[in-house]
Design a protein around this ligand. Structure first.
Ligand code: MV4
Length: 500
């Protein structure tokens, strides 16, 4: 096993990885920028090195800076976390060439899966179902129109270099096909510098269901079942759960087998995720493979009891994966909510400033993977995700109720967070029904931000919860009675009685 590694990331995921290292007796080196001198990941690591300029290009994306630090500090390996350099094949290769083990798959596999068209073709050849469509090299309008008509309507045009919905067009009839091809190409060119597109049959309100994979460097590959990640806003996941409300044992077995085939086909090693889209008839199609540890990995850890981050370290150090597929099972239900520094009452704009108070919920089967603490300054330089709240319970309904409870006890003062928005989503009847498609937020929360919630409810609720922790019962009662607009009414079923 490694003695010392560098974590090329920040925030909650750096902390998650440092904790795994501490359990395994591995020393850790953190990196940080000028705006993060007191960040929790810096305080927790054994050593920390300043990168200077906070802009991502000059800090967490700077391959030369990070390699130089790793060498100077004698790191044996680098864990990239997610985002930043996690899926950059040049970084993985530079690490390995410098004699520093990149904790993840080979650069070749990262590169192959980073090319969305090549990935689909590879999977199609391996017998993994892909969405019918045209993924060919001919990009002239005539060919694309011909292929589009063959596929039929509705269809979707996607940018080959794309992501996050950019360059994507849904086409409902042949009348708008040419215009959509042209505008998708123009948007792709301006966003990615590449106007290659592909066309697929459009699935109505699909679900995003992904399978967690673990593979060692000796040819042993397993899956750790599924995660349902359909609840997203503008292609950004906000709530994930496992098991999926629509999964059956038969479908799970088929998709799990397809996921393992997908990983084996490309000679995958370390942790990875196979993303599928699932339509209303439960047909499933390979979408892409993520060659990293994912944000939502904790829900899999909760329901399988397996520590994915620790296995990443063991696998990268050459150890054999001793888990056997037949011995693995899911137990109970887990949900994750992503806590963002953003204002749901103001277009979900990022909210920056100093965290005046952070009080995190605690209790049986409540996990908080957090990157924040009181006093931390939330800067505009990085991703606004502050932490992840994960609950586990025997069944889905209990797990939802526990999550609502935990959200209503999460105090963040100083900036605006999406906590109240998340709580509203979880309380929605259609969420309870398991009617969780990728269009859930659009269908049920489209105008949420501008209508009746134009007050900083989040901050007020936070204040109310904070008050409850620091006031007597009598003070709370007086406060409630004195204020007809008391935020207490938003706190929900579990009013806090305050201390005696
Ligand atoms: C699709 C789709 C339906 N059919 N592909 C791809 C990127 C991901 N972020 C969204 N993607 C989709 N790909 C096929 N063949 C539906 C989505 C999709 C979506 C599309 C339009 C508007 C909002 C959406 C939200 C989630 C998923």
């Amino acid at each position: 096993m490694f003695h010392k590694i560098l974590i090329a990331n920040r925030g909650e995921i750096a902390i998650r990885i440092i904790k795994a290292c501490q359990e395994l007796g591995i020393k850790t080196i953190a990196i940080y920028s000028d705006v993060e001198t007191k960040a929790p990941h810096v305080l927790l690591a054994d050593e920390a090195v300043n990168l200077g300029d906070p802009t991502p290009i000059e800090s967490y994306l700077s391959i030369p800076k990070i390699i130089k630090i790793a060498k100077a500090k004698h790191a044996e390996a680098i864990h990239p976390g997610y985002g930043f350099l996690a899926e950059n094949p040049d970084f993985a290769e530079t690490c390995n060439k410098a004699g520093i083990k990149f904790i993840g798959p080979s650069p070749k596999v990262i590169s192959l899966m980073g090319d969305k068209i090549a990935a689909k073709k590879t999977m199609e050849k391996a017998g993994v179902p892909v969405i019918p469509g045209y993924h060919g090299p001919n990009q002239d309008t005539e060919t694309l129109v011909k292929e589009g008509k063959k596929i039929g309507f509705p269809l979707i045009i996607k940018a080959a270099a794309g992501g996050g919905g950019k360059g994507m067009r849904i086409v409902n009839s042949k009348d708008t096909l040419v215009d959509s091809i042209d505008s998708a190409k123009r948007e792709s060119k301006s966003s990615f510098g590449n106007d290659t597109v592909f066309i697929e049959k459009y699935l109505e309100k699909p679900r995003h269901i992904e399978f967690q994979i673990l593979a060692d460097e000796h040819g042993h590959t397993i899956h750790l079942f599924e995660r349902e990640c359909s609840i997203q806003r503008r292609h950004q996941k906000i709530i994930e759960e496992t098991p999926s409300p629509v999964m059956t044992p038969e479908l799970r077995q088929k998709m799990g087998k397809a996921a393992v085939t997908a990983a084996k086909t490309v000679g995958y090693s370390n942790a990875g995720t196979i993303e599928f889209m699932v339509d209303k008839d439960l047909n499933y199609y390979f979408m892409e493979m993520n060659t990293r540890l994912q944000v939502e990995h904790p829900i899999t850890e909760m329901t399988t009891g397996i520590d994915i981050a620790k296995w990443q370290l063991r696998i990268a150090s050459g150890e054999k994966l001793t888990l056997q597929q037949d011995a693995l099972f899911q137990r109970g239900h887990a949900i994750e909510c992503r806590i963002y520094a953003e204002d749901p009452t103001n277009g979900f704009l990022p909210s920056v400033g100093t965290l005046l108070k952070v009080e995190e919920p605690a209790g049986p089967n409540i996990r908080v993977d957090s990157g924040i603490s009181t006093g931390l300054v939330i800067s505009p330089y990085y991703d606004p995700m502050l932490s992840k709240l994960i609950t586990y319970a025997e069944n889905r309904e209990d797990c939802i109720n526990k999550m609502v409870w935990a959200l209503s006890r999460y105090v963040i003062l100083g900036i605006t967070s999406n906590i109240y928005f998340l709580k509203t989503v979880l309380e929605h009847e259609q969420f309870h029904n398991g009617n969780t498609t990728t269009h859930f937020i659009d269908d049920y929360f489209k105008d949420w931000t501008v209508s009746k919630h134009a007050l900083p409810v989040d901050a007020l609720i936070s204040l109310a919860v904070y008050d409850s922790m620091h006031s007597t019962k009598e003070e709370i009662v007086r406060y409630k009675e004195a204020d007809p607009h008391s935020p207490w009414k938003h706190v929900g079923r579990w009013r806090i009685s305050g201390r005696e």
